[in-house]
Write a protein that binds this ligand. Sequence first.
Ligand code: FAD
Ligand code: DLZ
Ligand code: SF4
Length: 507
Amino acid sequence: MKTLIPVFGDQLSHELSSLAGQYKNSCIVLMVEVDEETGYVPHHKSKIAYILSAMRHHAEDLRRAGWTVDYVGLTDAENSGSFTGEVARAIERHKVSALRVTEAGEWRVKAMLDSWPDRFDVQVTILPDDRFLCTHAEFERWAKDRKQLRMEYFYRDMRRKSGLLMNADAPEGGQWNFDTENRKPAKRDLVMPEPLHFAPDDITQGVLKMVEERFAGNIGKTAKFGFAVTREDALKQQKHFLDHALPNFGDYQDAMLTGKPFLWHSILSPYINSGLLDPLELCRAVEEKYQAGKVPINAAEGFIRQIIGWREYVRGIYWSAGPEYVDSNALAAHRPLPAFYWTGETDMHCLSQAIGQTIEFSYAHHIQRLMVTGNFALLAGLDPKAVHEWYLAVYADAYEWVELPNSLGMSQFADGGVLASKPYAASGAYINRMSDYCSHCRYDVKQRVGSKACPFNALYWEFIARNKDKLRKNPRMAMPYRNWDRMTEADKVALRDQAQQFLETLG
Ligand code: FAD
Ligand code: DLZ
Ligand code: SF4
């Protein structure tokens, strides 16, 4: 019996469940580059190049490990353009009698896989993706009967389950969470490590050339493309992060600096999400650094929380919320995305920095995504679906299961509070506290009205006023509403006028 094993671009792991326990000489691994995937949103050029190059390298790795890999390139003449079309052609080509596949990472592709048993006259087996700590059923059990889902409690269960940073039943250091120590603004004169740059080899150069031709109109530059595209190189970046950036990761996790795109972040998400790196292996390596006394507890705990806490939690929300989650718009926001999200051309320095580095590197760190581009979109009332599609397109680590709850839920509050207990809305003061952006900006962060006033300030109050019926009852929003109520009518009118005038300039 011959078995076909399709492996998708986010399944680049040797221990994938569909490969486990199979006889290599009776299987064909199928990897396909298809228009359907390169085109469901207008992905950043570097994101496409990263995924396709990593796929091509992974195919070589699998061959070296003894697998037979059938690889269909994007420009192959007969390419049908879809996963289903390519599986149909491969079933014919190889005369297979069985199909094994690890479950899809998103609703769109899941619907496709679910149609395969009816469509193909072969035995179809869909296996769970066991590269996560929490199974779908476990998340459902955890979420069931809870009035509110909160990451912190989920995270504690994941600590207990994994045993990471645990002393029997107690958390290492006596606390579950050291986040209060992780909010330091950074100074320019601190020495920070640059992530490793991996010079494109022949395969990557071929992909980059093809991407520049075929996706010329897409956002993004590729001149500085330096992603690892093999597990071996991704492990080098992992080690580089553990040795040089992790010790300061906690302290400066929320900081932002002009011209410093990476600070002490790991830049590992593209590798974790495509399967080149194993998230639990990485967390164990972080724990070892802590146990060896090389990194403080706030860094180790903070990093591990991002992975076994936030990453697993957003995946649970994505699958439990269902395919209709994407249509949520609890704050009824409908403004189209301003053009500067695609060009970075705006006088607002914080936005031009966050978007500029996104165009250059297909990367921005969490606080830039949440408190600069996300916060602006929230305050300006941008359409959450357009915002979601932008995040899905522009970041090399973006797959819907992880991007959607972060953008639509965490950053836009469009799910009405399923994921987060309150909107992440902030005036310019927050950005000023956590960055040096405001000192390079043509706007004055201290002013609320007038031609020099920082737009985030009036937009913040406009957001508070516009959404009072929806947010006033939220206990975590009591303080902003108290402050709004204390303002004079004249101040309120001036702020709302200022915001409206600014919004009109967005087109
Ligand atoms: P680090 O700061 O070094 O963090 C370490 C790791 O923790 C990351 O590599 C990532 O795997 C994990 N992590 C941290 N925060 C989160 C989170 N909130 N959700 C899930 N995993 C997390 N992350 C993605 O992987 N893909 C996305 O498409 C994505 N879209 C986002 C959109 C918005 C609006 C926001 C606010 C956040 C988004 N995130 C996304 C989460 C986070 O911003 C990125 O994981 C992080 O910036 C990746 O950079 P890094 O590897 O240097 O992370
Ligand atoms: C994101 C992406 C892109 C741009 N191209 C491909 C591709 O051509 N072939 C492929 O197998 N995967 C690609 N991917 C990743 C897929 O979108 C991702 O693996 C699916 O969403 C899985 O659910
Ligand atoms: Fe951004 Fe306002 Fe600061 Fe300018 S002044 S960088 S617009 S927060």
